[in-house]
Design a protein around this ligand. Structure first.
Ligand code: INI
Length: 159
């Protein structure tokens, strides 16, 4: 019996943080949390690229472009969609989430999911360095853990 479990060690890894500017009072805090988590877990600052996009809708396309470059071992996607402010909340949040999952599956590279989908700004604040922690930090750690897990699960070439 074998058991696999990744650990969030960032040494030698290149990471893209893809963040949306919409609701930037929230997303800048998510980005701060993600960058802090990456550096504290051994990712060199020079190996982190932060890529800003207008809104959550644009996250999947930018993540796909980043992964296409083959420069990154992991990506952290950050955004904040707040129901109170948009009648098309479900489309923006749903398509962004779906597109990020699809990108991670298509490229077999971990994409940490730091997209807040909240009813109110207060709920978002609580998850961006408030009472419920910082989901940017959590997403960064999950991405590093998955990168390590994927390394362990790499199947060696038969030849
Ligand atoms: N983008 C967000 O990231 N969060 C939101 O809450 C939001 N609202 O409220 O509409 C939002 N809309 C913009 C969208 O992501 C696109 O940037 C825009 O439609 C242009 O393509």
């Amino acid at each position: 019996m074998a058991e696999f479990s990744g650990s969030p060690s960032g040494e030698g890894r290149r990471v893209a943080v893809v963040a949306s500017r919409f609701n930037d009072t929230i997303t800048t805090r998510l980005a701060d949390g993600a960058l802090d988590a990456l550096v504290r877990h051994g990712v060199a600052a020079a190996d982190i690229d932060t890529i800003w996009v207008p809104g959550a809708w644009e996250l999947p396309a930018a993540v796909r472009r980043a992964l296409d470059s083959e420069r990154y071992d992991a990506v952290v996607a950050l955004g904040a969609v707040i129901r109170g402010e948009t009648p098309h909340f479900d489309y923006v949040a749903g398509e962004a989430a779906r597109g990020l999952a699809q990108a991670s599956a298509d490229f077999a590279v971990p994409v940490g999911f730091g997209l807040l989908t909240c009813d109110t700004m207060e709920q978002a604040e609580a998850r961006a360095g408030g009472a419920h922690g910082n989901k940017g930090w959590d997403a960064a750690l999950a991405a590093l853990e998955m990168a390590d897990l994927f390394d362990q699960l790499d199947v060696p070439d038969a030849d």
